[in-house]
Design a protein around this ligand. Structure first.
Ligand code: RIB
Length: 301
């Protein structure tokens, strides 16, 4: 079994401000704490897989700057293969401003920088070299690169941040993993209850998506396929920072599916990995190890 995953995606240097409460427009808040972290949805998902002990290649683009070097080093130390990481000499690395409040909720603004210089030709070449059956992508890179990634045998798309997705990409999704607002953006339906989740997801199944897995934060996730709909609870944890919880979920889902696990088992494990990531600060630093996952959910492994 080819259990390797290839993540095609973004890297952002996260400038994180902790604050008692999130500001409203026009407001200045004093008294925050500042730190920097390697982030970006693609990098976070790849590190989630590497930290679980999975085999993972990364395809993306950084600038020729110190932030890019730090982000490459973070991927390397999590065991992610960065041979296909492109260095663009003319554009700064992606940067994100991340605000986190005392409840662990966040607001994020991204300056995509070098992430937007990735080209479909590079993605196709690197995917051919990688040979991964399972490919995981998000939407912080150019859409023509997402289209190139979607040619993979088993394509998983995390449609974050919310964007319009061309029909031919949706039609190639083996798994699509929107959160509630992304599902609303794609279908016009905000999933307030299971019936809404099914109704919204059906529209996506009709466009060719094989499985829709809606992430619901602390309420777990909902899987809809042509065979039906199923809800999976998330474990109870005490969250300190929800940044990258969705990335932890997506990385884990891709890893466990690539390892040959059934969808329901992979979703339950991914719920646990997502929950564990909220118990630590930061993005890539918050990804749990296999030992931590075993402690929480040994019965599922
Ligand atoms: O999902 C969290 C990530 O979103 C952050 O690490 C930030 O870089 C943005 O990409």
């Amino acid at each position: 079994m080819n259990s390797k995953v290839c993540v095609v995606g973004s890297l952002n240097f996260d400038l994180v401000f902790r604050t008692g409460k999130l500001p409203v427009p026009g407001q200045t808040l004093l008294g925050g704490q500042f730190s920097t972290h390697s982030g970006g949805k693609g990098g976070n998902q790849a590190v989630a897989i590497g930290t679980l002990g999975g085999i993972v290649d990364f395809i993306g683009s950084i600038g020729q700057d110190s932030n890019g070097k730090i982000m490459r080093a973070t991927l390397d130390s999590a065991g992610v293969n960065t041979e296909s990481l492109v260095v663009d000499a003319t554009t700064p690395s992606g940067t994100a401003c991340v605000l986190v409040d005392d409840q662990g909720m966040n607001m994020i603004v991204v300056a995509a920088g070098a992430n937007l210089t990735l080209s479909p030709a590079v993605v196709r070449d690197a995917l051919a070299q990688s040979g991964s059956r399972v490919v995981l992508t998000q939407l912080e890179i150019p859409m023509d690169c997402v289209a190139a990634a979607s040619e993979a045998e088993f394509f998983i798309l995390n449609p974050a941040p919310a964007s319009m997705i061309p029909g031919q990409i949706l039609a190639r999704c083996r798994v699509l993993t929107p959160n509630e607002t992304e599902l609303q953006g794609l279908t016009g339906i905000l999933p307030d209850d299971p019936e809404d989740c099914i109704r919204a997801s059906r529209g996506l199944l009709e466009q060719g998506v094989k499985n829709v897995v809606v992430t619901l934060g602390s309420r777990g996730s909902y899987w809809v396929s042509n065979a039906g709909g199923w809800h999976f609870q998330a474990p109870n944890v005490r969250p300190v920072d929800t940044t990258a919880a969705g990335d932890a979920f997506n990385g884990a889902l891709a890893h466990f599916l690539a390892a040959g696990r059934e969808m329901s088992n992979a979703i339950q494990l991914a719920n646990c990995v997502g929950a564990l990531s909220t118990t630590k600060h930061g993005a890539q630093e918050s990804m749990p190890s296999l030992a931590e996952l075993k402690e929480l959910a040994g019965n599922l492994l």
